[in-house]
Design a protein around this ligand. Structure first.
Ligand SMILES: *Cc1c(COP(=O)(O)O)cnc(C)c1O
Length: 398
């Protein structure tokens, strides 16, 4: 099976990769809820502990269901190795802890996921790691900010909530010219729409919580990349520090991957329709969606993504009051900050995900008081539009 899958298409790998049938002949992947595993002999135990023989030891770092998820995700991202973590933040933390030391410098995109920014700016700096933030869309700013000590470049594309697009190949070239590594957070695009490793990135990080699950059930994360980095340095940290994914969560994500491509196509088609619909509404000042031709990253997104994804942001006239009236008047959309769910969600970034920033920081990041973000789900698009129409009427004060 492994040799057939090596040359198989994305959809085939999404359904088949990672599962080796046990002696029971099961069709669906089993969940191995076993904290530890038994050895045939003391010598075998010693060899497995030393990493000299393959096989399971203890579910902090080896579990068959978790490994099935890791192998399937690696097959989809086109990476040699994937490691699952307890959350997306645990994946990003593990990359930093495994690859950085005091004196190193990190270049990170402005407008990263807020908790990632906080991890770097409030915690990593305590351990002697310097961090600078640069505009995501301007490779020349990244080149200018490089230092001899720069070890990691960290970027998300598209960004959340403004859907800015980073040029992955250009940033990889800058990183490699300085002996640094490019890490891409591929949460919003997923491997169904964008494969950063093929564009030159060294590592991909995921919050599996979002589209990989796709139905808003479990928290998890992953790191994908070459065996030398992921299988050795990052595995070593994870095994020691312990932010492991549970087998149950791994099973949910494994099944989520089977429908990832279909879901991303459906999310993207509905989001494109809703972005175009919002753009025609007089109450809407601006729509942020990389599929719109006027989006500054449109041409780049068309080159490096297969479709434009399921997140749409827009700005309403009337600031926070109008935005809150709009959100409160919707009846179908869920008011929650999660994204990548079959159920559409709506959120007001300035008072939720970006609420801890100062007004100046928010203004600099482009998070205005009238900004609303929707994660377009799998409902009928006409029903989502009808709900947003209710909201827009309320925003106008009717
Ligand atoms: C949610 C998210 C994370 C963090 O993932 P958790 O699973 O919540 O820890 C990181 N990056 C992006 C882009 C996210 O949306």
């Amino acid at each position: 099976m492994d040799d057939i899958l090596e040359h198989a298409g994305f959809a085939t790998r999404a359904v088949r990769a990672g599962h080796r049938r046990s002696g029971e002949g099961e069709q669906a992947e089993p969940i191995f809820t076993s904290s530890s595993f038994c050895f045939a002999s003391a010598a075998e135990a010693a060899a497995r502990f030393a990493g000299e023989a393959p096989g399971n030891v203890y579910s902090r770092f080896t579990n068959p269901t978790v490994r099935a998820f890791e192998e399937r995700l690696a097959a989809l991202e086109g990476g040699e190795r994937a490691l699952a973590t307890a959350s997306g933040m645990a994946a990003i933390l593990s990359v930093c802890m495994a690859l950085l030391r005091a004196g190193d410098h990190v270049l990170a995109a402005r407008g990263l996921f807020g908790t990632t920014t906080s991890l770097l700016a409030n915690y990593l700096v305590r351990f002697g790691v310097a961090v600078d933030f640069v505009p995501v869309t301007d490779p020349s700013a990244w080149a200018a900010a490089m230092r001899p000590q720069t070890r990691l470049l960290l970027v998300e594309t598209p960004t959340n909530p403004l859907l800015e697009i980073a040029d992955i190949a250009a940033l990889a070239a800058i990183a490699h010219a300085h002996g640094a590594l490019l890490v891409v957070d591929n949460v919003l695009a997923t491997p169904a729409l964008q494969r950063p490793l093929a564009l030159g990135a060294d590592l991909v990080v995921h919050s599996a919580t979002k589209y990989l699950d796709g139905q808003g059930r479990c928290v998890g994360g992953a790191v994908v990349g070459p065996e030398a980095l992921v299988g050795k340095e990052i595995f070593g940290f994870l095994r020691t520090a312990g932010p492991a994914m549970s087998p149950f969560n791994a099973w949910v994500f494994l099944k989520g991957l089977e429908t990832l491509s279909l879901r991303m196509q459906a999310h993207s088609a509905a989001a494109a329709r809703i972005a175009a619909w919002l753009r025609r509404r007089p109450e809407v000042r601006r729509v942020f969606y990389p599929g719109l031709e006027e989006h500054p990253g449109h041409a780049l997104a068309a080159r490096q993504m297969r479709a434009f994804g399921g997140i749409v942001s827009f700005e309403v006239e009337g600031g926070r009051e109008a935005a809150w009236r709009l959100i409160d008047a919707t009846r179908l959309l869920s008011i929650t900050a999660n994204l990548g769910d079959a159920k559409s969600t709506i959120t007001h970034p300035a008072s939720t995900t970006h609420g801890r920033l100062s007004p100046e920081q928010r203004a600099e990041a482009g998070i205005t008081e009238g900004l609303i973000r929707i994660s377009v789900g799998l409902e009928d698009p006409a029903d989502i539009e009808a709900d947003l129409a209710r909201g827009l009427a309320a925003a106008r004060g009717r």
